[in-house]
Design a protein. Structure first.
Length: 170
């Protein structure tokens, strides 16, 4: 039985991950601290992802859905880092993702943000393996600026699970 914060997070993730998979289609690879690992088939090819919701939130509209961070392995594109703001990012805005002293700027489209620079995903994942948390600063379509913190507790194990399931070597 799943309850409390984890159960709520699973329900929320199922509701706001339609571009990743229907909850019934995703295969759980396990839960590791704040992180969940899953995989699904997309056009007959396996896609694996590790995801976590923000556990500290500041700003934005009252009662907004939480920000979440994903690391996704797609065929020929492993380790893609993205941020989802289910409330939608302000048009042509940027998201700042910070792990320790390392900062990266992501571009936005709708409710997702991705890295701008080639090689940035790999550097972010390496920093995440060494870090304690990720701070995400963004501008929503409506409301005040948002600063969310996402714990990295369990990230290494979730990443190992998606690496194994999708055959990604480190």
């Amino acid at each position: 039985m799943i309850g409390g914060r984890t159960g709520c997070a699973l329900v929320l993730m199922s509701a706001i991950l339609p571009s990743y998979a229907n909850a019934a289609d995703a295969k759980s690879l396990g839960e590791y601290g704040a992180w969940r690992a899953s995989s699904y088939l997309e056009a007959g090819q396996k896609v694996c992802y590790a995801s976590a919701f923000s556990d500290q939130v500041m700003g934005g509209d009252k009662g907004r859905k939480p920000t979440f961070l994903l690391v996704t392995h797609r065929p020929n594109d492993p380790g893609q880092v993205s941020v989802n703001g289910p409330w939608g990012f302000k048009k042509e805005s940027e998201v700042e993702l910070q792990v320790g002293a390392m900062k990266n700027t992501l571009f936005t489209k709708g409710e997702f943000a991705w890295t701008k620079q080639a090689g940035a995903d790999k550097a972010i994942v390496i920093s995440m393996l060494k870090g304690r948390d990720v701070v995400v600063r963004s501008s929503p379509v409506h409301g005040t600026a948002i600063t969310d913190t996402i714990s990295l507790d369990g990230f290494g194990k979730a990443l190992a699970a998606i690496d194994k399931d999708c055959g990604v070597k480190r």
